[in-house]
Design a protein around this ligand. Structure first.
Ligand code: BTN
Length: 236
């Protein structure tokens, strides 16, 4: 697999999108720093040196797109657990946590050609060897180094993640769900959903194999897909 390593970029997602036409097959763009890294719904993703910031370009995605971020999150969690020997928790739809703090996130963007999905840009951001959590996210975020007390080799970790992703893309979704549920922190919790600029309280009763969650609000039950909400906060 071709890995393009760069020093500073705006966002590896943008570079991958530009290179899509020139490169053949799947490839990876990894950068030491991003000046305009972004997350879901265009949120700012702070990407200083010592983190792992990369985009995997996957062209032949046969998986249902609503489950893709969950598959990638499971693969990434397993890879970190193997490589850094620390347990990872998962917060739907695509956040990785250690001990109540966010350590990484996943962003899947599709490139369409008419109705057809030409490629998926799978962006993975992990606070790996970061010593000081930036002020803006202090208290809410952590790094693998802070939690393990050790440095981890970024390229080694990247390789293990990529291997896990391609393995997991071949697996039936029930196997992925099993791995997800071992690490899930959302089911059975009261949450606040951010929707269309507003907020709504709900109880998360289930995570479904189509990538959605089932929530309860008063006596109403609804299925929510990740693209329908801007964020989700755990209340208790
Ligand atoms: C999120 O939690 O909202 C997802 C964050 C995804 C960040 C990664 S870092 C590599 C890639 N390049 C970006 O600009 N974003 C993704």
């Amino acid at each position: 697999m071709k890995i393009i390593v760069l020093d500073e970029v705006d966002s590896t997602q943008n570079i991958a999108r530009k290179l899509l036409e020139e490169e053949f097959g799947d490839f990876i763009v990894v950068a030491k720093r991003q000046t305009a890294g972004y997350g879901r719904k265009g949120s700012v993703w702070i990407s200083p040196e010592d983190g792992l910031w990369f985009t995997m370009v996957i062209r032949n995605v046969k998986t249902n797109l609503s489950t893709l971020p969950m598959i990638i999150a499971v693969s990434t969690a397993k890879a970190i657990e193997k490589n850094a020997k620390i347990n990872i928790k998962l917060k739907w739809p695509n956040d990785l946590y250690i001990g109540g703090k966010k350590v990484g996130g996943i962003l899947c963007e599709t490139i369409l050609s008419g109705e057809e999905v030409k490629a998926v840009l799978v962006g993975i951001g992990l606070n790996v060897n970061i010593n000081e959590i930036p002020e803006e996210i202090k208290g809410k975020a952590t790094s693998i180094k802070i939690e393990t007390g050790k440095e981890h080799n970024l390229m080694e970790l990247l390789k293990v993640i990529v291997e896990e992703v391609y393995e997991d893309l071949k697996k039936p979704i029930n196997e992925i769900m099993e791995e997800w549920l071992k690490r899930d922190i959302l089911v059975g919790r009261n949450v606040e959903l951010k929707v269309n600029g507003g907020r709504m309280k709900a109880y998360v009763s289930k995570i479904n194999e189509d990538g959605s969650i089932t929530i309860r609000h008063d006596s109403l039950e609804a299925k929510i897909y990740y693209w329908q909400i801007d964020g989700i906060e755990i209340l208790n």
